[in-house]
Design a protein around this ligand. Structure first.
Ligand code: ZN
Length: 150
């Protein structure tokens, strides 16, 4: 997974969702909650999903939420479109953040932004700028070097 903000810092600055809760609400303490987006860069994968890393104002990791853009197939059959990602660590407020995300944050505008961000990231793969190091076998360090130029 690749962080959207590294590749598109300007769009990311405007369109990354950040929520300020001034008082304790929705089971969450007062703080700023930022939902950073990560996308799958495997050129052979078409998972059409985003991984949201939720951090607070101190940059502490709070939750990893997986959200699929698909509404058909498995998802239409009752699969959850948003869930806490089992492969990533979850903090104390992860469940409350997932609920907040589903009930208060996710809407048509946000879904459209994510869809557009996903397409931008997919274009990067097509240009050959991006990792694919798991495929081609380039070392991570080299991939990090390339990333600065794409
Ligand atoms: Zn994928």
């Amino acid at each position: 997974m690749e962080p959207f903000f590294l590749h598109f810092p300007e769009i990311s600055e405007k369109e990354t969702r950040a929520v300020v809760l001034s008082a304790g609400q929705h089971g969450l303490p007062p703080d700023q909650y930022i939902f950073l987006e990560y996308y799958c860069m495997n050129p052979e994968c078409d998972c059409r999903s985003v991984l949201l890393e939720v951090i607070n104002s101190k940059g502490e990791h709070l939750a990893s939420i997986s959200h699929s853009l698909e509404k058909t197939g498995f998802w239409a059959a009752g699969g959850k479109q948003s869930f806490l990602d089992r492969h990533n660590k979850q903090g104390h407020y992860a469940k409350a953040l997932l609920k907040f995300f589903i009930v208060h944050l996710m809407n048509a505008d946000y879904a459209r932004d994510i869809e557009r961000h996903l397409l931008l990231m997919r274009k990067k793969i097509k240009k050959g700028c991006l990792p694919g190091f798991n495929i081609i076998g380039i070392k991570n360090a080299l991939a990090a070097f390339f990333r600065r130029w794409c």
